[in-house]
Each structure stands twice: as C-alpha cells, then as structure tokens.
Design a binder for this molecule. Structure first.
Ligand SMILES: Cc1cc2nc3c(=O)[nH]c(=O)nc-3n(C[C@H](O)[C@H](O)[C@H](O)COP(=O)(O)O)c2cc1C
Length: 136
C-alpha cells in the first residue's frame, strides 16, 4: 500500500501530528508545498481552521494532486472545531477525490488556550489511529 503524509501548519501544531503519523507508518511527512509524484492509496492530509476555513494552500494541493490521490484521510487541530472533513470534502468532491469517514482531530494551542496541545496523549492517539488505518 502506498501512503503519503502532507500537512499545512502555521504555528506547528498540525506538524506535530504529521510527524507522529510519519513515525507510525514510516513515511516522510512533508508540507503541502511538496506535490505528490506517484499514486498513493492513502493520503494523510493535515490542516487546521483559520477563520472557519482551511488555508488556500490545502485546497490547491487537493486540486493539483487529484490524479495521484486514492483516498484522503483527514487529520488536524483547531481551537473550537471538531472536524476538518467539511472544508476538505467541499474541495475533494469537485474533483471526485474520496475522503475517508475516519479522521483524527484534536485541540491545538491557540494563544493561551489549549496550552501544550497536541500533547503526548494526542500523539499516542494519532499514532494508533494511523497504524489502524493502514492495517484496514
Ligand atoms: C488567524 C487564526 C484563525 C483561527 N481561526 C480558527 C477557527 O475559525 N476555528 C477554530 O477552531 N480554530 C481557529 N484557530 C485556531 C487554530 O486552528 C489552532 O490554533 C490550530 O491548532 C493551528 O494549527 P497550526 O499550528 O498547525 O497552524 C485560528 C488560529 C489563527 C492563528
């Protein structure tokens, strides 16, 4: 099974999750500025909310790599929201890219709120999550 990990981060919270997935599934985690170069069965795609939406770079990544993506598995951090699937699906649906029902989402530090998140517990949970996804 071909697996790739891409993420977008502004303050490093989502990168912590991406690095945990990278360790768990032995695949390098790269920023969304790095395009896919071959077809992947599973793309772990990490992002966060900024003013109730994902960054444009995440949307562009999905659009410009659509031919290489078998299925997106979302992961992400945010201060209030509980899922990244809605904004990701909104883009993925326009180009027929599948998005898995399963996703991982946790709190991410935002100023003084949610200090230290993602924390060790979050890292352990997403590592388990990623291992289960590729075992399916
Ligand atoms: C400019 C800005 C806008 C944000 N807007 C939202 C929001 O609309 N909803 C939310 O739940 N979190 C919001 N957050 C919190 C971030 O989603 C959260 O801190 C996230 O963990 C940041 O991830 P990153 O460090 O990977 O960029 C916002 C943060 C910033 C800096």
């Amino acid at each position: 099974m071909n697996v790739a990990v891409r993420y977008y981060t502004r303050s490093g919270n989502t990168k912590k999750l991406a690095d945990a997935i990278s360790n768990a599934v032995s695949t390098e985690a790269l920023d969304v500025s790095v395009p896919l170069t071959e077809k992947v069965d599973i793309l772990f795609l990490g992002c966060s909310y900024y003013a109730f939406d994902v960054d444009e770079a995440v949307k562009q990544f999905i659009l410009s790599n659509k031919e290489f993506i078998g299925k997106i598995v979302c992961f992400g951090t945010s201060a209030m929201m509980k899922s990244m699937k809605k904004p990701v699906l909104k883009v993925a649906d326009t180009v027929g890219v599948a998005v898995a029902n399963e996703e991982f989402h946790c709190r991410g530090q935002f100023g003084k709120v949610h200090k230290g998140r993602p924390n060790e517990t979050d890292i352990a949970k997403i590592s388990d999550f990623a291992r289960k996804i590729i075992e399916e």
